[in-house]
Design a protein around this ligand. Structure first.
Ligand SMILES: NC(=O)C1=CN([C@@H]2O[C@H](COP(=O)(O)OP(=O)(O)OC[C@H]3O[C@@H](n4cnc5c(N)ncnc54)[C@H](OP(=O)(O)O)[C@@H]3O)[C@@H](O)[C@H]2O)C=CC1
Ligand SMILES: O=C([O-])CC(=O)C(=O)O
Length: 440
């Protein structure tokens, strides 16, 4: 296999038994060499031979379709197996877009450390950037290598979604353009929507049909819907938009109000859009196993303080920080993945925006809407049935659904044919109430 390595420690180093890029794993075994790899097909290198090319200039030893790798190694990958603990699961490939952005800067290191997919789950990271982020992406790879994570088997960087998403088991779609000065909401929908048309098509063509897709780039619900509509080869149930951050925010505020540690707060559903119309559900929430409304009896606070605080918390954070949530978003993406790869605790649930088709809560089909979900721990999920929907919730859940219908109408031309029924919705003239949490 031909490999590119951007870590300075590997420059000029021969990959052998004294390879300084090998770490001592927690169990005392020597970890394998990390590999920051090109996308060249495997099997090119002479077995057992290590070749290091330094600072390969463009055009020398580099094909036009090469990714960004600057330093490259070739070595016998069969050596890898000797250093792989027998208890490890088969390696998975995790593709991440917006990999040079703020959220990824927190998330990638969690994934590589084993704290997301598990301490026995080796990963290949595939990082998608753009011309803008070429060198930044190399920097990210260098930092990943310098961490000596035993479970990180390979890091690939590239700017072509079709190459980066090849064989992906998971695709974390974080990259999206933030709204700029003077830009209308409709412009943002249209502009970011186009990214997800291309990425949906790329996933369809090259990702594993079982690939799980988590869309984070805003407006994430509609972006996820656009992506899945271009990916008929993938199971539409495997597309998620992130609302776990909203759930975490809600749990924390309920815990503070109740004067309890936040781990005792469970069963907090976020309904609807990741926007200011989202509905953080205190009606079904539990605190220490009791109904949250029996523990926090101040209804006025729940309806008029707690609810808008969660709906607009992203915006408050932007005001204070000068940028949007990055660390807490990364943590919530990690939580979201853990929610899917571990069985949900009995009686509990987590929030995820998923395809609404056939949902038991009367939300129209064809939307990416946040529901309470449960997982068996195999990466799949089901929408939890039978939650109490009182008039207060119903009115707000429907309003959020209506907002998603409008968003869908505004970018109707971006939808593909897959998984969605025909729809005929006009873009409403006034989109003032379709705000992201970061827009006030
Ligand atoms: N769902 C949720 O709960 C949350 C969602 N978000 C959203 O996550 C997204 C990323 O946030 P964050 O990491 O902080 O942002 P950053 O600005 O730090 O990074 C975003 C990345 O997106 C890529 N990008 C920007 N414009 C485009 C474009 N036109 N086409 C393709 N890619 C583009 C850039 O990477 P490159 O140049 O390499 O393409 C950039 O590195 C935002 O949309 C944000 O609103 C944030 C917080 C919470
Ligand atoms: O609003 C934004 O831009 C960031 C975001 O989604 C959040 O913090 O929830």
């Amino acid at each position: 296999m031909r490999l590119a390595n951007v870590a300075p420690v590997a420059r000029g180093a021969r990959v052998g038994s004294s390879d300084p890029t090998r770490a001592v794993a927690a169990n005392g075994t020597r970890a394998p060499p990390r590999r920051t790899a090109s996308f060249d097909p495997p099997g090119r290198g002479e077995r057992g031979r290590t070749v290091v090319r330094r600072n390969t200039p463009a055009g020398v030893g580099r094909k036009a379709d090469d990714p960004l790798g600057v330093f490259r190694l070739e070595y016998d990958v069969s050596q890898d197996e000797k250093h792989r603990p027998k208890t490890w699961k088969p390696t998975i490939t995790v593709a991440v877009s917006g990999a040079a952005g703020q959220i990824s800067n927190h998330l990638l290191f969690k994934i590589a450390s084993g704290s997301v997919f598990g301490a026995d789950q080796p990963v290949i990271l595939r990082l998608l950037g753009s011309e803008r982020s070429r060198t930044a992406l190399e920097g990210v790879s260098m930092e990943l290598e310098d961490c000596l994570f035993p479970l990180l088997r390979e890091v690939d960087i590239g700017i072509d979604a079709r190459t980066v998403f090849a064989g992906a088991d998971w695709a974390l779609l974080i990259g999206a353009k933030p709204r700029g000065p003077g830009m209308e909401r409709g412009d943002l929908l249209e502009m970011n929507g186009k990214i997800f048309v291309e990425q949906g098509k790329a996933l369809n063509d090259v990702a594993k049909p079982t690939c799980k897709v988590i869309v984070v780039g805003n407006p994430c619900n509609t972006n996820a819907l656009i992506a899945l509509s271009h990916a008929p080869n993938l199971d539409p149930k495997n597309f998620h938009a992130l609302t776990k951050l909203d759930e975490n925010r809600a749990k924390c505020q309920l815990a503070i109000k109740a004067g309890v540690f936040y781990e005792t707060v469970t069963n907090v559903a976020i309904w609807g859009n990741h926007s200011t119309t989202q509905v953080p559900d205190f009606v079904n929430a539990k605190i220490d196993g009791k109904k949250a409304t029996d523990v926090i009896t101040d209804r006025e606070w729940l309806e008029s303080d707690f609810t808008p605080a969660i709906q607009t918390r992203g915006g408050l954070l932007i005001k204070k920080w000068g940028r949007s949530s990055a660390a807490s978003t990364a943590v919530s993406i990690a939580d979201h993945i853990r929610n899917l790869v571990n069985p949900t605790a009995p009686g509990d649930f987590f929030s995820s925006a998923v395809l609404s088709n056939g949902n038991p809560y009367g939300i129209p089909d064809g939307l990416c809407y946040s529901f309470p979900c449960r997982s068996k721990g195999d990466g799949s999920y089901e929408i939890v049935q039978g939650l109490e929907i009182n008039d207060w919730l119903r009115e707000r859940m429907d309003k959020s659904a209506e907002e998603l219908v409008n968003e869908k109408g505004c970018v109707g031309s971006l939808f593909g044919d897959a998984h969605l029924d025909e729809f005929d919705i006009q873009c409403p003239v006034d989109l003032d109430d379709t705000l992201l949490p970061g827009e006030m």
